[in-house]
Design a protein around this ligand. Sequence first.
Ligand code: NAD
Length: 513
Amino acid sequence: MAALPATDHLRERARAALARCGVEHLDEAAGGGHDARTPITGGTLFQLAPSSAADVDSAVSTARSAFSDVWRDTPAPERGRLVRRLGELLREHKSDLADLVSIEAGKIGSEAAGEVQEMIDICDFAVGLSRQLYGRTMASERPGHRLMETWHPLGVVGVVTAFNFPVAVWSWNTAVALVCGDTVVWKPSELAPLTALACHGLLMRAAADVGAPQEVHRVVLGGREAGERLVDDERVALLSATGSVRMGREVGPRVAARLGRCLLELGGNNAAIVAPSADMDLALQGVAFGAAGTAGQRCTTQRRLIVHEDVADEFTERVVEAYGKLGERIGDPFAEETLVGPLIGEKAHRSMDEALRTAADSGGRLLTGGTRRLASEAPDAYYVDPAVVRMPRQEDVVRRETFAPILYVLTYRTFEEALELHNGVPQGLSGSVFTRDQREAERFLSSAGCDCGIANVNIGTSGAEIGGAFGGEKATGGGRESGSDSWRAYMRRATNTVNYSAELPLAQGVSFL
Ligand code: NAD
């Protein structure tokens, strides 16, 4: 593998990409408390100033005024023009944004480009949606009456995002919120401020190009304190927060206490069942990408393999063999041959180490991986061999999400047992079954099957398309974003009754006066 790039080189690459996205000037402040870092070397790129309490307050005020003064009354197809222009600019700057995603999140080139493609796709979707925010007309029980529903913009949407999808999750929220007539205040992950500034730069250019108010979008930088300000601000009509279950447990009750609306997209603990009838080559590809892709740092990463005992040894051996090949392709995400980039940082590496130790103490057998790589070349970066651990039971450590590439292998005898293991974790984001048995496939998708928001057959747990609603059940938070009818979360529904008769009959036959 080629040597890792130097931090200075990455800094200049980031600076050039930012400039092309319209961010000529960075609000740098030595010792400012908000370092933009790269997991590729672990080095600091820029020292940024975090947003103050007053900055967050002013961002919300500005977005609120833009909402009530202009945006909510702008016709939805007109709002769609802004998102269409944003989509065009994203196409133009796909490689700039992908560079920034690799630099800040450590994603390999094709995954970083894929993330930007997802942004382009959701813009296309949202533009179409801008002419399809349909309400229903219902049959009224009263003569001379019309009953219908209309959908109205909500207000300011606060968007809090995680480091691992630093731009796609913002676009799922923002493209849809903007066509719905909402304005947005974005608090990106403290680990990915540069991608956020670049997206904001492109959106501002799009607004200038189509004559939309720039105040429809604001970015505030910082960690959890900045997020908490949005959480507690009554002017934020919807708080859409993506991150760990821990974060959701803090945010959910605080928004509920002010009777605000919350959309939570939290951690997963996703499993694939491999049945004896499965196409094993297909299953192997699905498992390898699902478990080791993005260095195990997707919310939909496959963390558990539930394999039938008749095929468990052979299939697991093949997984271990595939991981052996991955071992030769760990390193610089910009190098074409790389398949596994770095972990986001030291904390992630520590939690991987701890989980592997706990798994061993609970009877787990490490089959491959877990060792740190490239430490002498880049002591502040954390590259690891993805790990596979065979577990005797679904112990507590398996039931937790460790945000690193560890695949736990469990075996089953009956399909019922497989489903029980599959659903026997607190989280409910994504699940899949590899089988050629139609009964098993249908059972998995049925109401008594997989209990996740995303349930797949003969395809892995990760890599969703934007056309469907994305999100999960149980501790994953219950939110849905992106495609299908997820837009409804960004609008308020009004039920309207119009009386066009000369009588005033009361519903349910009630008489009065
Ligand atoms: P994290 O929970 O540490 O942080 C996520 C965001 O929340 C950051 O912007 C952070 O500053 C903010 N935050 C943290 N505590 C907060 C609080 N009390 N109030 C307000 N804001 C707060 O998560 P992370 O390490 O950045 O990302 C990884 C996690 O995100 C994993 O658990 C992963 O599964 C999850 N994730 C879920 C989805 C999904 O769609 N379900 C998508 C991506 C990531």
